[in-house]
Structures are given as structure tokens and as C-alpha cells.
Design a protein around this ligand. Structure first.
Ligand code: ZN
Length: 297
């Protein structure tokens, strides 16, 4: 009897002990070091947003400055569950590119934030991963434009010639969910106001295996394309999952786009999804609505 009680006590201690062990953390790697945006200000925010979910252990890899010797930039990608790019700049060494391709193809997660989709216009695998991108010499040779046709209620690929990537004046704009059952946007309002940002339009690329989760209308009144442009996308590349957000223009740490609860929430959920294929995070109570944007300090 005594032995049984002891066993039971040991057993419950073990259970109590197990309950105290924190859930395994997802390992995220943020890449920065070059960007025509203020990466020094925004990387700490990206890191903070990921860490405050309690899901991620975040490491930052910073490349040399523009024109610097890139040969030593060789992150050990397989050490991570997901890579988040806040990078737009010089080409990486060929070995690093190959290692990154292998990482995503083998099932690694990748998240591209705002101008990260301006990078590497001539790197075919990267362009497949991001689906569509802008600037960096992109044009009809890069692939079609991709946008939401409101009449047909579906995503259209448009091979019309022209440059890839533009944006009008910064403003607050409505984001419209197009795939409400996707885990990243499930439970979000179908329309929500995003705080002042650049609305990327006319992006183009291979556009293979892209799901457009949300779009925003690039109003000609703010010098937009007049189309419903993809703002949140997922792309599959091999076994890997990619989350692409075009949101997040920032000159400094105070940029409204970076404090929009819509930006923060979709970044957190999109990064979890890219890492695991699932989203376990609840929609926060301060999420924006169709009537009102919502900023967090
Ligand atoms: Zn920008």
C-alpha cells in the first residue's frame, strides 16, 4: 500500500513537473543588414512581436553593409524553423543561396516582409518563393502581374508588359480577406483598416502556387494601379511554406504601419504558419475593424 501511494505520489509529481516545462519554442531567424527602409529600427520590433507570442526564440543575422564582403554570410538555416527576411540589398554568396533554397525546399518556413520582396530580381528560386515581387529589374520577363478581379471574384494572372512594382502615396487603406478559411486569416474581420502604409502594386513574378489571402484596392486617387492588389499571400515551394506580407513600410520605429495591430497579428500568425503549418494564436481584442484602424505602442 505504502509502495502504491509512493508510486502515485511520484506519478503526480512527474505530471506536475511535465506541466511546468514550457512548450518547445520555434526557432526563428530574422535576416537584415541592408534595406532601403530602416531595418535597424524595425528588426527589434519584428523580434519583439514574434517573442511576445511566447512561441518563438528569435536570432538575428545581419549581413555586411552594402558593397561589403558577403562571403562570410552563411547562416546555418537548418538550425531554424522559419526565416524572416527584413533584407533587401546585395546578392548573397552562391553557397548561401543554395543553402537557403535547400532549407525551404526541405520544409523550412520563410516570411518576406515589405521590401524583402524587392530583393534578388534575378534569382529564380527566390522569385518562386515570394511568388511576386517589385523593382530589382522586374518586368514581363519576371512573370505575370497578379491581382484580384472583383467581377470574376478570383485571382487573375496578367501577362501585359510593364515594370514590376510601384506604389502611390502612403495612406490608411482597407485590407480585404479573400481566403477566410486559411489559418492565418481565419477569424479576422473580412475587412479591416490598415494604418498608414505604402500599398505595393503591380508586383510580378512566377506566381506559381500562390494563395492570395488578402488584397487592398490601390485607388488611382492615391496614384495606385486601380486594382485589388495582393497584400497577404502564401506560397508553397517544395515542402516549404512561405508567408508574404507586402505591408510594413517604415522610415523609423514610429512608422504607423509597423504598429498596426493588423500588421502585427498577421505577421505573428503568418510566421507561426510558415514554421508549423498551423496557427494557435487567438485574434487579439484590439484588432482593427472596417471602421477603425488600431495601433499599438
Ligand atoms: Zn516601403
Amino acid at each position: 500500500m505504502k509502495a502504491l501511494l509512493l508510486k502515485l505520489a511520484t506519478c503526480s509529481l512527474l505530471i506536475a513537473g511535465l506541466a511546468e516545462i514550457p512548450a518547445a519554442q520555434l526557432r526563428a531567424l530574422i535576416i537584415d543588414g541592408q534595406n532601403n527602409h530602416n531595418w535597424k529600427d524595425t528588426t527589434p520590433l519584428l523580434k519583439q512581436y514574434l517573442e511576445e507570442t511566447g512561441l518563438f526564440d528569435v536570432t538575428v543575422a545581419t549581413t555586411p553593409a552594402k558593397g561589403g564582403d558577403m562571403s562570410g554570410f552563411q547562416p546555418n538555416f537548418p538550425n531554424f524553423d522559419v526565416v524572416v527576411s527584413n533584407y533587401s540589398g546585395d546578392e548573397w554568396p552562391d553557397e548561401t543561396k543554395a543553402a537557403f533554397e535547400n532549407f525551404v525546399r526541405d520544409g523550412g518556413g520563410f516570411v518576406t516582409v515589405h521590401a524583402a520582396d524587392n530583393s534578388f530580381g534575378k534569382w529564380p528560386a527566390y522569385n518562386e518563393m515570394i511568388g511576386i515581387g517589385g523593382w530589382g529589374g522586374r518586368n514581363e520577363k519576371s512573370g505575370p502581374y497578379l491581382y484580384w478581379d472583383e467581377k470574376a471574384k478570383k485571382v487573375i494572372k496578367d501577362i501585359t508588359a510593364g515594370k514590376g512594382g510601384s506604389h502611390g502615396a502612403q495612406h490608411e487603406f482597407m485590407v480585404e480577406v479573400r481566403e477566410p478559411q486559411h489559418p492565418i486569416v481565419k477569424g479576422l474581420p473580412m475587412k479591416w483598416l490598415h494604418a498608414q502604409d505604402e500599398l505595393y502594386d503591380r508586383l510580378r513574378g512566377p506566381a506559381k502556387d500562390v494563395s492570395v489571402l488578402a488584397t487592398a484596392f490601390a485607388d488611382p486617387k492615391t496614384r495606385g494601379s486601380g486594382r485589388h492588389e495582393p497584400t497577404l499571400m502564401t506560397i508553397s515551394y517544395g515542402k516549404g511554406r512561405v508567408f508574404h506580407t507586402t505591408l510594413g513600410h517604415a522610415r523609423d520605429a514610429k512608422a504607423p504601419a509597423f504598429h498596426c495591430v493588423g500588421f502585427i497579428t498577421t505577421l505573428q500568425r503568418g510566421t507561426e504558419w510558415a514554421a508549423t503549418g498551423k496557427v494557435t494564436q487567438a485574434v487579439p481584442t484590439d484588432f482593427p475593424t472596417a471602421e477603425k484602424s488600431s495601433l499599438r505602442n
